[in-house]
Design a protein around this ligand. Structure first.
Ligand code: PMH
Length: 390
């Protein structure tokens, strides 16, 4: 731990991610390809490290949001196919083709402009996105979809590999809306397949894969479940197999003191001791993503719960210790100590948000430490943008 200059780190359990991908693969069967969704730095877990372990575990494809994220993976030696799920600029098509990156198409105008701008011979691999009810990006009507597919067919620099859609309510147990989306997708697919053979068809995220394994066509785009988190609290009781949560956040006490009764702590002096209390200072703050709304949340120290007292500062916050503890004692903000666990789900509940947001919000300032085969494989400090221990 001495090779970065800060005693705060994220621990990413790559063994857990490997097991989650394998369990998902067994569940959807070998006929369905796993597309590992590693956008947003793999939901904060570390893009290349997660991508490599997901591929080792059987994933066939990777997905990101933006071309820059795909290029970053190529620069880190990832050769597997990568799909950009979001919109890409026509001016960047040449770069995508050169790096062998698959783009998402959903507008005929984009294709027309692409054809006039892109003059290389290397074909551009495309997946057509259909908007069946998410209302985000995608062709919505049969007319739009048919026009796009016909255009692609007429131009040999475009190659249509896949068709996909995204569900808005897959993680809700009420199924009316998702059934409508399934129906619209099937209807549009039928028209498209009459025009063009499609080798990859995908509609499912983690929740869809877990709830409707037999209805996901031949690929699924899996994010949150790969990281070991349940897509929504209401799905927890119906999970078909256990998932292993991969993300922990730890630090160490940098200051410990006994305060007299009636002393206050942090900005605004919002917390005042009710008796003599041991107060510990933790070197993590809102600039690390540990937002001010986490005042009052517990952390784990010496195997016990300890509440955050007073306001969270930019780089530090204070906790009420159960008793005097030595400097350097490990404090777990997310993760396990002994029998106790603070899950990203608990942080999400406190912040009234979804668990997806929690690992994403822990900023680049916190080094990521990767565990594989139960030991440290690499430590990466995104401030320096290079591994500092391999
Ligand atoms: N496919 C698309 C198009 C997505 O946007 C996402 C996640 C996934 C697959 C993976 O979903 P999962 O993590 O539930 O398995 N996208 C987002 C999003 O845009 N906001 O939160 C999750």
């Amino acid at each position: 731990m001495s090779s970065f200059h800060r005693d705060t780190w994220v621990e990413v359990d790559l063994d857990g991610i490997y097991e989650n991908v394998q369990a998902l693969q067994r569940y959807v069967t070998e006929d369905v390809s796993i597309i590992a969704v590693v956008k947003a730095n793999a939901y904060g877990h570390g893009d290349a490290q997660v991508a490599k372990v997901a591929l080792e575990a059987g994933a066939k494809y990777l997905a990101v949001s933006f071309l820059d994220e795909a290029i970053a993976l190529r620069e880190q030696g990832i050769k597997a196919p990568i799909l950009v799920l979001g919109a890409s600029r026509v001016s960047d098509i040449g770069l995508a083709a050169k790096e062998n990156i698959t783009l998402t198409v959903f507008q005929k105008e984009w294709l027309e402009e692409a054809e006039s701008v892109y003059k290389e011979n290397q074909p551009i691999r495309l997946h057509l996105k259909l908007d069946t009810g998410m209302g985000r990006i995608g062709a919505r009507t049969k007319k739009e979809a048919v026009e796009i597919v016909s255009y692609i067919k007429s131009c040999d620099r475009f190659s249509l590999e896949g068709v996909y859609t995204h569900f808005a309510t897959a993680d809700e147990l009420q199924s009316t809306y998702i059934e409508t989306q399934f129906e619209r997708f099937s209807g549009l697919l039928k028209e498209i397949k009459q025009l063009h053979p499609i080798s990859m068809i995908h509609c499912g995220n983690s929740a869809t894969a877990l709830r409707f394994p037999g209805r996901v066509f031949n690929a699924v785009r899996v994010g949150i479940a790969m990281y070991g988190l349940t897509p929504s609290p209401e799905m927890t009781p119906i999970l078909p197999f256990p998932l292993s949560e991969a993300f922990s956040l730890c630090t160490k006490l940098v200051h410990v003191k006994k305060l007299d009764l009636g002393e206050s702590v942090s900005y605004g002096a919002t917390y005042t001791t009710k008796k003599e209390e041991w107060i510990g200072t933790v070197p993590v703050g809102y600039a690390d993503g540990w937002t001010r709304k986490l005042q009052g949340m517990n952390v784990l120290v010496d195997g016990k719960l300890a509440p955050i007292v007073g306001r969270v500062c930019m780089d530090q916050f204070m906790i009420k210790l159960p008793y005097e503890l030595p400097l350097g004692t490990v404090v777990t903000l997310i993760g396990k100590q002994g029998d106790l666990q603070i899950s990203s789900n608990d942080i999400a509940e406190k912040l009234e948000t979804i668990n997806y947001e929690i690992p994403c919000m822990i900023s680049y300032r916190v080094p990521r430490m990767f565990l594989r085969n139960k030991s440290i494989m690499e430590v990466r400090n995104y401030l320096q943008d290079k591994p500092i221990l391999e």
